[in-house]
Design a protein around this ligand. Structure first.
Ligand code: ZN
Length: 245
């Protein structure tokens, strides 16, 4: 009898041991393979060259569509940062817009768009189709391409729990300290925007989990600018130079 009791005890101990081991292995597996929110969002972001991005979330969101290929996915939402032709490009918008597409743009650009257009100004936060969209300042310091007095913006979008900052055309500006972003898309091509070195300073102000250099390789700037930015940040930031799609 005692022997049977002992055996049963051993049996249950072994069984519970196996259960605990499986549980621990399962937790390790989940921790290793589950993506955090910024990595999950990064996989949905496509760089289309220059400052143009498409985010394939529940809705298809384009930012500053430019040099869009024929047959590109249609847009549910198009966000425009400012009126320069490499950011507000009617010939590209026509390729992706449908009658249902919603546009978000600063007032001076909203006037040039037709359809479902919502003007947005710096500091304003709106909700469109469940996405929080915040317009933030974007301007040059010491050069006049993008004056502070203009209504140019950058955007912080909250998509599926991740905060994506598209800086627009800007220099390093003090307002960047206030930006809370998981992923920062920062111009680094110089001349009209930040250089690689300046974009590295901007990343340090913003402190995002993932940094993506943009505004290079098309009109201005080269991969070298993106690499300069990456080298300057490599010890402490996750800088990802994206391939153009
Ligand atoms: Zn511009």
């Amino acid at each position: 009898m005692r022997n049977l009791f002992f055996r049963r005890n051993v049996f249950f101990s072994v069984l519970s041991g196996i259960f605990v081991l499986c549980l621990m292995a399962g937790l390790c597996f989940a921790k290793t393979f589950a993506l955090n929110k910024e990595d999950a969002m990064f996989k949905k972001i496509h760089w289309l060259g220059h400052a143009a991005f498409r985010i394939d979330a529940e809705k298809v969101i384009y930012l500053d569509p430019f040099k869009i290929k024929d047959g590109a996915k249609k847009a549910d939402l198009i966000l425009i940062t400012h009126g320069h032709s490499d950011h507000l490009s009617p010939e590209d918008i026509v390729k992706i817009a449908t009658g249902q597409t919603k546009f978000i743009a600063p007032p001076s650009c909203a006037k040039k768009l037709s359809g479902n257009v919502t003007p947005i100004t710096r500091g304003q936060k709106i909700n469109v189709d469940g996405f929080e969209i915040q317009a933030v300042p974007a301007y040059n310091i010491g050069k006049n391409f993008h004056p502070e007095s203009s209504d140019n913006v950058g955007y912080v979008l909250t998509v599926e729990g991740a905060r994506v900052y598209h800086a627009g055309d800007t220099d390093v500006i003090p307002e960047m300290k206030e930006i809370d972003a998981d992923i920062a898309l920062l111009p680094c091509g110089g001349t009209y925007t930040m250089t690689g070195g300046e974009a590295a300073q901007a990343a340090k102000l913003i402190n995002p989990k993932i940094v993506v250099p943009m505004h290079w390789g098309s009109i201005i700037g080269s991969k070298k600018d993106a690499e300069t930015m990456k080298d300057l940040l490599s010890s402490s930031y996750d800088v990802r130079i994206m391939g153009r799609e």
